[in-house]
Design a protein around this ligand. Sequence first.
Ligand code: FRU
Length: 597
Amino acid sequence: MIKNNTPNWFIRIFCVILAAGYLSCQSQNTQMKFEHPDSESTTIYINNPATYLLLPVEESSPMSQVYVQGDKDRMPIDVRLASGQVDYYAPFALPEGNDIIVAVKHAAGKPVLWDKIQLSDTFDKSNREKFRPVYHHAPQYGWMNDPNGMVYLDGEYHLFYQYNPYGSTWGNMHWGHAVSKDLVEWEHLPVAIAPDELGTVFSGNSIIDTENTAGFGKNALIAFYTSAGEMQSRSIAYSLDKGRTFTKYDKNPVVTSDIPDFRDPNVFYHQPTGKWIMVIAAGQEVQLYSSENLLDWAYESAFGEGYGNHGGVWECPDLLELPVAGEPGKTKWVLLLNINPGGIFGGSATQYFTGHFDGKTFTCESKPETEKWMDWGKDHYATVTWSNVPDNRVIGIAWMSNWQYANEVPTRQYRSANSVPREIGLYRDNNEYYLINNPVEELKKLRKNEQTFTAEVTDQYNIDSLLDTNEGAYELEIDFKGISADVFGLTLFNGKGDSVDLFYDRTEKRFYMDRNKSGKTDFSTDFPAVTYAPVKKSDNYTLRIFVDKTSIECFDGEGRFVMTNLVFPDEPYNRVTFYTKGGKFKVDPMKVYKLGL
Ligand code: FRU
């Protein structure tokens, strides 16, 4: 998937054009002249200053490359220029001034709808998606995967992310950018870091350099990312204006390797040794490096061989020290590790290891074959945590999709949202340590009206309307009590025949979510699924369910499991049936909150 962006082809095309003479074709738009539109290399002469060239995209068309002549700071972009119909437009920013030349290299034998290309000073970002979430972070347009570079600074949570501004499928990786004061309401900011001659900009994290150890400036926000060119290497960019603009370090890359999959740096400060540590995903292990100045890195150790799941490539690591619930002063180190494929329900997922870190080496304290999963759904990936968060809170967020079908989910203007932010801790059970995941308290701000239901369920109990006006964004907080049934739960459904089944099986000691009939599922054979999480046998459970148009996140009341799954119902699920298969239970109570910004 890695592109070599050297624009040699452009120079060659340009020379051929000069030699071959001038063959021009007038577009409907008289400010653009298209030269050689029937060949594989077309040149567009633009005479009128405009902010954007609006490029018509068709996701099933072959890939074209587009490049501005003379703009050495910008790499050619990959874009699926429409040849049959226009799915949507991508805004290609033009340099200022007249006489701009844009080169397009496109597939042989496939026409491009040249007459659909437009010059414009505006690009309409208003929402046209019925599936756009209400309270989850999602890009306004274009493609998003991993959350990147998350850091707190001066009252703002920064959320950077893997971003393609030129189409709603993976490609042209940039770091997109959003900020929030409360982890709930996100403000969209311009792209933060763009590709350069070292490659496109893959995942990584950021820190605040409070002591100016790197020499970029006190409190510099320093981003560590993957330059994905011929090989993958570590690069640095820093910002002295709260992430609004970035300068790339002039000696990039700072760490290189011969390993083909060598990416996703995650840097943190290790107090006891007084050193910065960088964890990097390297094939099917992680490598650890240390540094005193954030610029020169020394290899320390590797972890992974023989441990955990190795069904795919290891990606996006995060090494953190977490407090153990109920054991004051006790901490353990946790290595979050994303894997694709190899996830418990197929495709991508987040596993983790618990143990000890001495400043050089991470030691896993579980048996090597132990597999621990952070989330028990199919749509939770690339989880990493914010750095520099006040009050020692550890907050993570995940990309809510799965590489099996992320490029095919039925949205167009944008693709993918992030999970709700989660506060992370640890608990001990039988001398093993496991993650606790709770939705951040701040989400309570979203609660609008509250309704309470109670019920004794001996067979079935129906609620015909959860909310008077249901826009698909709500929270259910359910206390199940006095349970004697082995299998019991609830079905969320709508009037169009779409339903999701959520149930406990106390014999199997599992909580299940079945999305086989959840709505649109036929875009990928990997999408229909039943996922399950382990639970203890109990006669009462608390379940918190966050629904937001296309996602369902189920949290155990004590944070001992979380399950994240996408759904694409024709209309919001506004009805509930509680049911039991033998035995009974009480819903006492279920609170329903409409959620909104
Ligand atoms: C994980 C990942 C990372 C990589 C990025 C590229 O989803 O594959 O390893 O940096 O996505 O977009």
